[in-house]
Each structure stands twice: as C-alpha cells, then as structure tokens.
Design a protein around this ligand. Structure first.
Ligand code: S3P
Length: 449
C-alpha cells in the first residue's frame, strides 16, 4: 500500500502551502482518531467560568485560535485563566456583573462566537465602556443580528454601517427584558441574548425559526441559571438576575472536526476509521443524518453521556455514496459541516442539492462561493444557488492550486478532497485550519501513512 505525500511550506508572508500528492493506487485510511475539543463548548466554558462565582475546571478545551481569543478577551477584563492546555484549565470567576473595563480594544480575532456572545455580556454591564474588534474576516461579518435585539433591550452600541460592523463601541447599561423572535436560526444570536438576560431583571425570551445548537442552554443550567425551554416553539427563557457558580466542564470532541474524517473514511476506498469521543448532541448531528441519506457506512459505538452532553465513538467504512437533498431544519444542525458535505457530494452518484443555507455566505468566508470555485477548479461540477449549491457527483478530480480564503473549514475540506484527486493539490493559506483544529495536518499525515 503506498502513502500520500504531504508537505507543508511556509511562504515569505508566513502563510502555509500544503501540498498533497495522492499515490496512483492503494491509498486507504485506517486507524483510530482523537479529535480536539468542541469549539462551541470551549468558548462557553471559558465565558461562563469567567463570570461565575468560584472556580471552573475545564478538561479537553480546544486549543485552537478561536478559544484563545475568548480567553484573552476575558483575561483583559479581569478573569484569571490558567495556561491553556487540554488536561486542565482553571478559571477563577469574578462574578456576574464584575467584568472590568479593559484598557484596550478587545480583539476577537477570527471568532464570531467570541464577539457575538461577548456583546451580550458587555452591553449589560452598566457604567463600563468597551471596544471590540476582530480580524479582516470578522470585521466584515454582520453584527446587526445581535446589535438590533440588544438595542431593543436598551443597549448602546456604535459601529460602522449603521452599527452593523466591528469595530464596535459599547456603553454598558441596565437592560430591560424582551421576547425576541429571531429571523434566523443562530446559536450565536440566541446565546448573545440569553447572556444579556443573565443580568437583566425579569424574563428574557428568544424564539428561533428552527432549533440551533443548545450548548448555551445546557451549560447555563449547569452553572445555576434558571432557564425554561419550550421545544414546540423553539423558545428559551432566562430569568434574571441570575447567579452562576463555577463548575467542572468536560469538553467532548468536536463533531464539526470529526466530520472531515467521517467524509474521508467514506470516500477513500478501502478505509475504516474510528473517530473517538465525539459530541453527538442532537442539535449538531445533521451531518450524520445527511451522510446516512447518502449511503455512508457510519456506526455510533460506546454511546454515553459526559458532563451533560451525549458522546460516542463513530466508526466509518468506505462505501459508494449517492446524492441527497438537504434543506430546512436540518441546516442549522449541520451548518459548519456543509463545506465537507459538499466534498462528499462530489464523490456521490447523482445531483446533491443543498438549500436554505444562505447563512454560509456570512461565515468566515462566503462558503458557497468559495467552495464552488475551489472544487470547480479541481474539476467538480458545482453550481452556486443563492442559498446553497447543486453538486453533480461522479466527475474525477484533478490536482491543482486551491485557496482556503483564510477559512479553516475550507482548508480542511479541500485537503480531504485532495485524497481522492489525481496529481498534486496545493492548498494555499492552509494555516487557517489552526482556528479550530491545530493538529489537523499532523493527523492527516499520520493516517495516510
Ligand atoms: C456557533 C454557532 C454557529 C456556528 C459557529 C459556532 C456557536 O453560528 O456556525 O461556528 O458556537 O454558537 P450561528 O449560530 O450564527 O449559525
């Protein structure tokens, strides 16, 4: 069995070029893979730990750049956070309402979750002034989705383009509770408002059109907040002011990171992989349902509950895939996995249709345009739709130069596609993977060899 040749080159502008040469025959993937901690849960553990009373202990924290941004923002506001590692991170909480006014701009880097969730906390800190920003990508992403409901609660926030783009300036206020009917199913919007509701006297409710990930609800309850959930209307109500108490959090592996290996195992002939310790919260498992619809051979093993979140090991064996249609309520449950699902669709028979996913246009990159362009450069047949993609599978891919557009999930999706591509694929700006998966290319090299 011959291996793929994977080399990394650092460019003069410090970006990384990843070169993948698939062998002419015989590449198959075998082994057990441990993935990094869940990004969403890592952010929330750091944030709630910082504003709780007492100490929070976090096991399995994701050491990606995004949670590092969260940690440094909350350190700048007075939380004591020990050195970040996967074994044990200790957060000394400063108590709700006690975030200190930082003497500099808070920088959320590439992380929408850091910026949007943090805004709910900052806006509800009366008498303190904050400024927040992010990198080039984050400064172009829409903030009005959280600024508007916060303003309805009485928040004072200023920014470019009608207060819709970072950098933003926030003058903290005592807020009033609202019932917000969100036009989009977004856990970032929901969580931002719930966090603003923590310090707000009365009942703050968010209703969303479809259920988005519920990690905030689970963790807020575990930290002692009073929350009521109406699953029939996708509504959640928090009663403030709340008091949070430090907890022990065990972060499961990130299903969004597992998804790359699940698709790799499904499309590389002769493969069998087990991805260990994957969080399988039902608000995140749309990717498993979509891959099952496509005929992927995927089994959940050793299912268990760890610190309030369902967890399993997932076995995948390669199989021939067929197209599927995904739209509607499944989309928010797999929003971050659509780039890698698009790769699976390229290797499936028939035409896969992805609709109702316009949110992809405002992620770390416009993931509809970027995935369509990059896969088409490799020889795929992907047509952009306003709210998704139409992908006709079964065309052979040929190695070429592609670009992550500094989007972590695009970089990793293209690397998986390269495993079933003839010739040499060069992925530019591959270092973006470190946002959510710093070890991705080491693991890739290990399993192809
Ligand atoms: C996240 C929610 C999702 C997701 C993002 C992380 C979170 O965004 O895309 O990577 O941790 O709340 P939206 O809720 O805005 O869709």
């Amino acid at each position: 069995m011959s291996a793929a040749v994977i080399t990394q080159e650092t460019q003069t502008d410090l970006s990384q070029k990843l070169i993948i040469q698939r062998p002419h025959f015989g590449l198959s993937l075998q082994g057990r893979i441990r993935i990094p901690g869940d990004k969403s849960i890592s952010h929330r553990a750091l944030m709630l730990g910082a504003i709780a009373q007492g100490e929070t202990e976090i096991q399995g924290l994701l050491l990606g750049e995004d949670p590092r941004s969260t940690a440094s923002c909350f350190q700048a506001m007075g939380a004591e956070i020990s050195e970040l590692n996967t074994d044990l991170v200790k957060v000394k909480g400063i108590g709700l309402g006690n975030l200190q006014e930082p003497i500099d701009v808070l920088n959320a880097g590439n992380s929408g979750t850091t910026l949007r969730l943090m805004l709910g906390l900052l806006a509800s800190h009366p008498g303190r002034f904050f400024t927040v920003t992010g990198d080039h990508s984050l400064r172009s992403r829409p903030m009005s989705r959280v600024v508007k409901p916060l303003q309805e609660m009485g928040a004072q926030i200023w920014g470019r383009k009608g207060n819709s783009l970072a950098p933003l300036a926030i003058q903290g206020q005592a807020l009033k509770p609202i019932h917000y009917h969100s036009p989009i199913a977004s856990a970032q919007v929901k969580s931002c408002i719930l966090l603003a509701g923590l310090a707000t006297e009365g009942k703050t409710t968010v209703t969303e059109p479809a259920l988005s990930r519920d990690h905030s609800e689970r963790m807020l309850r575990a930290f002692g907040a009073e929350l009521s959930i109406d699953p029939d209307t996708n509504s959640v109500t928090i009663t403030g002011p709340a008091q949070l108490y430090g907890q022990k959090v065990i972060v499961p592996g990130d299903i969004s990171s597992a998804a790359f290996w699940l698709v790799a195992g499904a499309i590389v002939p002769g493969s069998e992989l087990v991805v260990e310790n994957v969080g399988v919260n039902p608000t995140r498992t749309g990717i498993l349902e979509a891959l099952a619809m496509m005929g992927a051979d995927i089994q959940l093993e050793n299912q268990r509950e760890v610190a309030g979140e369902p967890v399993a090991d997932i076995r995948v064996r390669s199989s021939s895939l067929k197209s599927c249609t995904i739209a509607g309520d499944i989309i928010p449950r797999m929003i971050d996995e659509i780039p890698i699902l698009a790769v699976a669709a390229v290797f499936a028979q028939g035409t896969t249709i992805i609709r109702d996913a316009e949110e992809l246009r405002v992620k770390e990159s416009d993931r509809i345009t970027v995935m369509a362009q990059q896969l088409n450069k490799m020889g795929a047949k992907v047509t952009e739709l306003p709210d998704g993609m139409e992908i006709t599978g079964g065309t052979a891919l040929v190695g070429t130069d592609v670009d992550s557009h500094t989007d972590h999930r695009i970089a990793m999706s293209l690397a998986i596609a390269a495993l079933v591509t003839t010739g040499i694929t060069t992925i530019h700006r591959a270092e973006a993977a470190a946002i959510s998966y710093p070890d991705f290319f080491n693991t890739l090299t290990a399993i192809v060899n």
